[in-house]
Ligand binder design. Structure first.
Ligand code: SF4
Length: 392
């Protein structure tokens, strides 16, 4: 297909595709899907080989957020039955992080619900970063604490943070439909503050909220302009108890096309499959490794992922390798910035499911790819904030 040859050539040269080309990827048919994956896979392997970076989420503070992001189980007024707890102590967070690192993760993503940190919160997180770094040599730490005020990014950098995550989530024109308590411009400003402080910027999106193809292309082009080192791609987990609980729009094929489009537009950036991997890609997860070079290991912020061991087996079976702490994630021309990070279940919020998924799988026979799968959404009940061992 001429379109795919053009996109591969551009991806290898780090040239931006046209909006029309990006839209055409999203419009390809299921018959062309493997060709699309193969083409975007060439770009992925050119810049990242067969390495898969593993990231591990630690939810430092869960639920009870005053913001109203519609996709988020921790939002104001959420009826989702998630874990709710206040700040983990540095040693508790460090213990949770150590489990993920022992499981193969090289980056720890420290996430807290809320509009943004107070200066006292930045102190707390700084202590946590120091504890994790002291106890785990070579670990990368990303913070995701919401909107930053002046000077806070610099303080996190000074405490040892490598990266900061803040997602754009959706296009500027539809942002007001999903959140009213802050603006798209607020989010852009925080990503820019992180960049300016020398933190590796991480910013991504959530697909499946009812947006159009144009919205998806808009947000990915905006991300390309912001130039983060890493782009987490979340697939909406329609949590019961949130306004988007009935928004089941994604199929595994659609998710693969979205990841391919992101790879073509951001060819040399760490593209991470974030929340919703198990819920929406399901048995097609291994194909997605040909597009993304990074995933989260184990559980998400408020939902459970598949077993960490299953993540590792999937990577090996698909012919990929877990990226080691001695390997640099980003291509040489980007490496000065840092590494490329978080997202997690996206922003603060969103995240998938998993392990119980085979329970009750199929009394009625084969399912269609576009059927809603609330049975795959499992609220997190282990790890940080509980007495149970984490999934890693
Ligand atoms: S995404 Fe973050 S800011 Fe928005 S409601 Fe969830 S925890 Fe709060």
């Amino acid at each position: 297909m001429d379109l795919l040859n053009t996109l591969v050539d551009k991806g290898l040269r780090r040239e931006t595709p046209t909006r029309g080309e990006a839209l055409a990827v999203l419009a390809t048919s299921d018959d062309d899907l493997l060709d699309v994956v193969a083409a975007a896979g060439r770009v992925r392997r050119h810049w990242f080989g067969r390495r898969v970076k593993l990231n591990y989420l630690v939810n430092l503070k869960s639920g009870l957020c005053p913001e109203d992001c519609s996709y988020c189980s921790q939002r104001l007024g959420s009826k989702a039955d998630i874990l709710k707890y206040t700040w983990l102590k540095p040693d508790e967070a460090s213990k949770a992080a150590a489990a993920g690192l022992a499981g193969g993760a090289k980056r720890v993503c420290l996430v807290a619900s809320g509009r943004g940190p107070t200066d006292r919160d930045v102190d707390r997180v700084s202590d946590t970063i120091k504890a994790i770094k002291e106890q785990n040599e070579g670990v990368e730490v990303c913070a995701c604490l919401g909107l930053l005020s002046d000077g806070q990014a610099e303080r996190l950098r000074a405490a040892g943070a490598d990266a900061y995550n803040h997602n754009l989530n959706t296009s500027e024109s539809t942002y007001g439909d999903i959140t009213t308590t802050h603006t798209y411009a607020d989010r852009v400003d925080t990503v820019q503050k992180a960049h300016a402080a020398g933190l590796s910027a991480c910013s991504g999106l959530i697909a499946g909220m009812g947006e159009s193809d144009e919205d998806l292309v808009d947000v990915v082009f905006s991300l390309r302009e912001l130039d983060p080192d890493s782009v987490p791609v979340n697939f909406l987990i329609p949590f019961e108890g949130t306004p988007l609980a009935k928004e089941w729009h994604l199929t595994p094929q659609r998710c693969l096309r979205i990841l391919a489009m992101v790879r073509f537009v951001c060819p040399d950036v760490e593209v991470r499959i974030a929340g919703g991997r198990e819920v929406h890609l399901r048995t097609m997860q291994p194909l997605a490794l040909h597009l993304a070079n990074s995933i989260f290991l184990g559980d998400y912020l408020t939902s459970e992922g598949q077993a960490g061991r299953a993540d590792l087996e999937m990577i090996a079976d698909a012919g990929f390798e877990v990226e080691g702490t001695d390997q640099v994630t980003l291509p040489e021309h980007r490496a000065g910035g840092g590494c490329g990070s978080h997202g997690g279940g996206g922003v603060c919020g969103s995240a998938p499911a998993g392990e119980d998924s085979c329970a009750g799988a199929d009394e009625e026979g084969a399912r269609r790819a576009d059927e809603p799968r609330p049975d795959l959404v499992a609220v997190r009940r282990r790890g940080a904030g509980t007495d149970l061992a984490p999934n890693a």
